[in-house]
Ligand binder design. Structure first.
Ligand SMILES: C[S@@+](CC[C@H](N)C(=O)[O-])C[C@H]1O[C@@H](n2cnc3c(N)ncnc32)[C@H](O)[C@@H]1O
Length: 257
């Protein structure tokens, strides 16, 4: 499952755990948190958030009273989650786990894969196997939510281009990015991060390199159906845009009762 292309640098999320909230946390333009909160409150029962990261969604679910546990492949992300949760007097139940090998025997009313988690399974056969294993974690009538960046026209560029400069912990975080559109439908995304102090002096620099596969709404439907789940709804950009312009497709599929 490694996306390191043979390098010895840490896996991307291990490297960015301490800047995630300023980085991808701030890059989500939609109220996906509100969408997941409403879903979990409507469904009731116990939920499992896979790829829970530093708890951007998980902490808000817990604050809303949802009975949820989290799992993530990245220990640094989980450690940051535990740290941030203490600010809300929460002590979340989390475990380190790769979704490609979900070693759980508990059953859940809702299994969530937010913020395009499925895109890290860039081999569709692995994704299909994984969705089958996750469907087995559902209670009868329970639901699986698959969320994905939808395929867009991607143009490769060879130079690193500036993505943003954001205020971060009394200084700044800058990110540059290079994208390579691969012929197999995956995209390689290389990111360079620079942490600066309030006087613009560089504190540290680090890089990530990952390859992801976008999944269309139809791809998500096929994955769910291959696991004998019944497709209930497809939401685009958490109900804010028309499907033709959407960035995210979110599929809700249910296990027959
Ligand atoms: C974009 S972040 C989303 C974090 C959080 N759910 C949120 O919405 O802010 C993706 C998370 O998925 C985790 N992840 C990626 N691939 C994974 C895998 N194969 N198994 C488990 N977690 C994975 C990463 O470590 C990271 O924490």
């Amino acid at each position: 499952m490694s996306a390191n292309h043979g390098s010895t640098r840490p896996w991307s999320y291990d490297a960015i755990a301490d800047v995630y909230a300023t980085d991808m946390g701030q890059s989500m333009p939609f109220d996906d948190v509100g969408w997941y909160r409403a879903l979990c409150l409507r469904e009731g029962g116990r939920a499992l958030e896979l790829g829970c990261g530093t708890g951007r969604i998980l902490i808000e679910l817990l604050r809303a009273g949802v009975d949820v546990i989290g799992a993530d492949r990245s220990l640094p992300m989980l450690m940051r989650l535990r740290h941030d949760a203490t600010e809300h007097a929460l002590s979340p139940n989390v475990l380190q786990m790769d979704i490609a090998a979900p070693g759980l025997s508990a059953r859940f009313r809702a299994v969530l894969l937010p913020y395009s988690l499925i895109t890290y399974l860039r081999d569709p056969a692995v994704a299909q196997h994984c969705v089958g294993a996750l469907a087995a974690l559902l209670e009868p009538d329970g639901c699986l939510v698959l969320d994905a960046f939808v395929p867009q026209q991607v143009t490769s560029f060879a130079d690193f281009r500036r993505d943003y400069r954001r205020v971060h912990e009394g200084g700044f975080l800058e990110r540059h990015k290079r994208i390579t559109a691969n012929t197999d439908g995956t995209n390689r995304i290389e990111r360079r991060y620079t942490l600066l102090d309030a006087n613009d002096r560089v504190i540290s620099e680090f890089e990530t390199d990952e390859t992801i596969r976008p999944y269309s709404a139809n791809d998500l439907c096929r994955l769910a159906q291959s696991a004998n789940l019944v497709v209930e709804s497809v939401t685009h950009d958490y109900n804010t845009t028309a499907d033709t312009l959407s960035r995210f497709a979110t599929l809700l599929a249910r296990k027959p009762a």
